[in-house]
Design a protein around this ligand. Structure first.
Ligand SMILES: O=C(O)c1ccccc1NCC(=O)[C@H](O)[C@H](O)COP(=O)(O)O
Length: 261
């Protein structure tokens, strides 16, 4: 793990509180819904494969959405989301394990647990289909990948550079998220995905994360090789169902129909 002084102050604060949060008191076990299958099904049905994120707030968002996470999640699925991501970090993102548990019980698509998981016991707080593991923050990525799989969770290993991609692949990751948001400074640049993605092996499922806010951004990330797109803020910023539908509807260049983009 890198020096924490290199990280943006909100990220240092997120890590400090994550270290203090207790783990689960028994080993969690999940019967997992497959993300690659859900992404493939959406694409086969003519939808852009989007993982829509229930993200009540964040260090880079003004205000907080206080609706029931289940209502938001159901609207996202109605709008065409192939899968969901639910924040369980309480202090900086307004999430909770209870929100994830309730959302997962209410929908049939795969649900990603979005949090800052630093040690094995953190995996045991709540069951999910997938868990996010951020390569940058883990001493032992391989150990956490194995620990997640032992519990039935599919690990989505998040990277921000080619070096981190190498670490993720070396650790056995089959699902890799390339975060366009640099957690050192919190700036977002879609070129990150375009730079890192070509170095991923063919058989890895690649997710473009963060900063995707328009159909042009969606088309750009798909053209760069994204098998799926993780979208939070742009969906949470408006009517959740409408925003999800807009972003899961392919542009004319993607469908080859010549219709309006
Ligand atoms: O979103 C933030 O403000 C943030 C700040 C500090 C660390 C992580 C942060 N976001 C985590 C994420 O990875 C995003 O929630 C996710 O990729 C969706 O991004 P977006 O579509 O840009 O909301």
């Amino acid at each position: 793990m890198e020096q924490e002084t290199e990280l943006a102050p909100p990220v240092r604060s997120i890590l400090e509180t994550a270290r203090d949060r207790p783990g689960g008191d028994r080993v969690a076990v999940a019967e997992r819904r497959s993300l690659p299958a859900a992404l493939a099904e959406a694409a086969a049905e003519g939808r852009v494969p989007v993982i829509a994120e229930v993200k009540p707030t964040s260090p880079t968002t003004d205000g907080e959405r206080r609706e029931d996470p289940v209502e938001l999640a159901e609207a996202m699925v109605e709008g065409g989301a192939a899968a969901l991501s639910v924040l369980t970090e309480p202090t900086h993102f307004g999430g909770s394990p209870d929100a994830l548990e309730r959302v997962r019980a209410a929908v049939s698509v795969p649900v990603l647990r979005k949090d800052f998981l630093l040690e094995e016991s953190h995996l045991d707080v709540v069951e999910a289909d997938l868990v996010l593991l951020i390569a940058r923050f883990l001493e032992d990525v391989e150990g956490m990948v194995e620990a997640a799989r032992d519990r039935g969770f599919e690990p989505l290993v998040e990277v921000h550079s080619e070096d981190e991609l190498e670490t993720a692949i070396g650790a056995g990751a089959e699902l890799v998220g390339v975060n366009n948001r640099d957690l050192a400074g919190l700036d977002v640049d879609l070129e990150t995905f375009e730079t890192v993605a070509p170095h991923a092996p063919e058989d890895v499922t690649l997710i473009a994360e963060s900063g995707i806010s328009s159909r042009a951004d969606v088309a750009r990330m798909r053209a760069a090789g994204a098998d799926g797109l993780l979208i939070g803020s742009a969906i949470m910023a408006g009517d959740v169902e409408d925003r999800t539908r807009e972003l899961t509807t392919p542009t004319a260049s993607e469908t080859g129909t010549g219709g309006t983009a």
